[in-house]
Design a protein around this ligand. Structure first.
Ligand code: FAQ
Length: 328
């Protein structure tokens, strides 16, 4: 069995068994944009990088259900409640596809979940911020799902087959998530003065953390260069962040809301928006587990796992009973 090892796979170190010919064949397949499949030979560092990234992604989806779950009982209408329920359910599904993709690399779901609960595994910084008002639910759909899609569209062509295929379906669902969030913001932004203030306040609080979702700047991103070579990542953190800003600023303008960045300015020469400095100290503090809601989020996951142990036990007992019946 593969043990979850979150130590950094900086450079591909070849074990003796991983001979040059197999590595050359692997590199050629990646360069030809072929998908690598679970039974194919792959360098150990490639496998470790994938387990790290896919499991962090899976954990993000599942922890990401919590900030929105906070508003399920307080959604302003039955329609909004039904939409939010469907969205949160989709996120649980995304977690399951991604855990399944990670399992094809020889790690078990229990090991991955244990690593999350023990604080050894990361999940996206964005889910360590509180959802204070209903507008935060609109802002999450618009900005957080918007940022997630920007990153995940590229991952549909990631080099590992099971991850790429999971991303195709996830992207379709994320697209609906983003639109429903934008539509909720549109209603607030065109509503009463109090609703407009609520929408602006949500944008003010979610804007910078959304930019941080793309990860550290390229010159401080230890994994990017190798992941791009392996075509696990298809674009860099900074490229995707810039694309997100370029797409989102006109959306904010259409809502009549202001992006909370006094340095934000269209640059005719680069054909991109210039933007102000991101507070990377805040990002690293949240990555270290010091985010405003970090402890609550992790505790909620641990409680859910423990309180619902009986469901897993019942499902396993049922499966065993069915297997015995079939064998008889
Ligand atoms: N949060 O060298 P890099 C969603 C870590 S899904 C926490 O640049 P890499 C859906 C990084 O792990 C959102 N940690 O790393 C939804 C690494 O640490 P390590 C999740 C972060 O992997 C919406 C270290 O910093 N999406 O939102 C973050 O090449 C609404 C150095 O960084 C994915 O996971 C961060 N933001 O690039 C659900 C997409 N950024 O492991 C509910 C897949 C970086 O070496 C509601 N993942 N770190 O100790 C990726 O594309 C990449 O993993 C990146 C990071 C781009 C996130």
């Amino acid at each position: 069995m593969y043990t979850v090892d979150y130590s950094k796979p900086q450079e591909p170190r070849l074990a003796e068994a991983e001979d040059g010919a197999r590595l050359a064949a692997f590199d050629a397949r990646v360069a030809a944009d072929d998908f690598i499949e679970p039974k194919d030979w792959m360098p150990e560092a490639y496998r470790k990088t994938l387990i790290r990234q896919i499991s962090q992604h899976a954990h993000s989806e599942v922890v990401g259900m919590l900030p929105e779950g906070n508003w399920l009982t307080r959604a302003p209408s039955l329609r909004r409640k039904a939409i939010l329920l469907a969205k949160i359910q989709d996120e649980g599904g995304h977690g399951l596809y991604l855990y399944s993709a990670a399992e094809t690399l020889g790690v078990t779901r229990e090991e991955l979940i244990e690593a999350l609960h023990a604080g050894r595994a990361k999940y996206s910084t964005i889910f360590n911020y509180p959802t204070i008002t209903w507008a935060d639910i609109g802002a999450i759909g618009w900005l957080v799902d918007g940022a997630a899609i920007m990153n995940q569209v590229a991952l549909q062509r990631t080099s590992y087959g099971p991850y790429a295929r999971a991303m195709v379906r996830i992207c379709k669902e994320e697209s609906f998530h983003q639109r429903q969030g934008y539509e909720a913001m549109m209603v607030l932004a065109n509503g009463t003065a109090a609703q407009q203030r609520m929408a602006q306040d949500a944008l003010n609080r979610w804007w910078w953390p959304s930019l941080m979702m793309f990860g550290p700047p390229d010159d401080s991103s230890p994994n990017s260069a190798q992941s791009i070579r392996w075509r696990i990542k298809r674009e860099t953190n900074d490229e995707l962040r810039q694309r997100f800003i370029d797409a989102t600023v006109p959306q904010a303008e259409a809502l009549g809301l202001s992006i909370p960045d006094p340095e934000l300015k269209w640059n005719e020469a680069t054909q991109h928006y210039d933007f102000g400095p991101i507070d990377w100290e805040e990002f690293y503090a949240v990555v270290r587990g010091e985010g405003p809601t970090a402890k609550d989020r992790l505790q909620a996951r641990i409680d859910a796992w423990e309180d619902n142990a009986w469901v897993r036990e019942a499902a396993l007992a049922h499966a065993e009973k069915q297997a015995t019946k079939q064998a008889a």
